[in-house]
Design a protein around this ligand. Sequence first.
Ligand code: ADP
Ligand code: MG
Ligand code: MG
Length: 472
Amino acid sequence: MSTRYSPANNLERKELTIAWCLAHGLVIRPNSPSDSSAVHAPVALYPSLFPSKEFKLALELQPVFNTLYYKLSQSHEFIKVFEVISKVDEFIEQLYNIYLTVKEEGFSQPISLGIHRSDYILHSSPNAEEAHIKQVEFNTIASSFSSLSSLTSDLHRYLSKSINHVDPSQTPDDEALPSNESMTSIPRGIAKAHQLYGSKSAVVLMVVQSGERNVFDQRWIEYVLLNNHGVHLIRRTLSEIYNEGKLDPRTKALMIDGKEISVTYFRSGYGPRDHPSEKEWEARMLIERSNSIKCPTIAYQLVGSKKVQQILTVPGVLERYISDPQEIEKLRSCFTGIHPLDSSPEGEKAVKDALENPERYVMKPQREGGGNNIYAQDIPPTLSKLTLSERSSYILMDLIQPPPMRNVVLKDGEITEDDVVSELGIYGIIIGKGNEEIVNEVGGHLLRTKGRKTNEGGVATGYAVLDSPLLF
Ligand code: ADP
Ligand code: MG
Ligand code: MG
């Protein structure tokens, strides 16, 4: 055990951390449902080392990814790839059908708001000296933890100041513990979209899940939106929207409880569990038909799927959307191998490889929110159960191999020192209208850290903790 993680240091940090989290709203709902209490969020006691060069690269890539995914969301030709998947995946079918219906009727809002998070893990191939970022996935719906992540950066800065107060030279400088504006960047993007909608009396609608444990991350967005921008936000589940929502037949304005909605921001609606009945799908249709600015539209949600990430690795595809060869090269440098599992020669080869060397891969369906992927030894039995067309709705991805690291994590008041893996997320905000980009910004970062033996990585799903990078 390194001296840095001595039991005395860990205990001191644990106490300081719990108090700071509770005092500053770095909190989640407790495991057992309760409307009147909160507990500290799962966090790392120490910031995790992360190479500064790779952190900067991830920041540089973000505006390019923002443009790329915005353009994809605007391309009907591209979105047609979901025709095939919708034949075997009911959830995608429902989304795709709403998209087609509303496209046929004519979209009533030309502006769209993208709040993205591009996620990376450091990869160290056996003969390379340095580790490089590889993209895990690109999220276009309900990218969470922007508020709590910013607070985690503040927490780590506080801990280092407090613990090193006797010898401040031990405190990492501001460059090493980079500031993180994700607390304010996402509300700023929503406020800008609200302003472009152009009605002073309108409010923002956050579409939420009932019983959400990560509710305070969302509440911070509501508070910053009101404090910094004077914009009011209301929260509703899809089933409440079904009961209360109406469209103004003339303007297509979305009305909830008599209030006009400027921006519909989804923190729900990304998986089958959010749609237990037809009612929720009808609510989604109502929103999609409306002239509220959607974050995201259904087209935008669809292009955030894993299949699109695989298609983007096919030679020649990036070139259709990005003209600068240097930008293309930079994007490609962070792609790892992603393979189709369809009847193409590449697909057949990937199936064969996956059966022979499953430990090299992760298999992914078109799903979000964690807990859906199939890892290593579980791949062959899953593959053998699927028909050819079912197989095509998955992709196969090379496992990223992170360098060894250690940290001490705090969950439910308990600390554990462990071998860990960190995943860096960079937030991006884009507002577009047809071919015009009105806003294209980098919106801060998120670092999540999990035990090395754990496959999945979500904080909300209980696998990972919130962390912040210590750049070197
Ligand atoms: P979701 O949309 O459900 O978050 P992800 O693609 O992010 O799906 O996968 C969930 C988790 O699985 C990630 O946070 C990461 O920890 C792990 N993971 C996914 N892809 C890879 C990969 N190629 N190599 C290593 N780990 C991966
Ligand atoms: Mg993910
Ligand atoms: Mg995701």
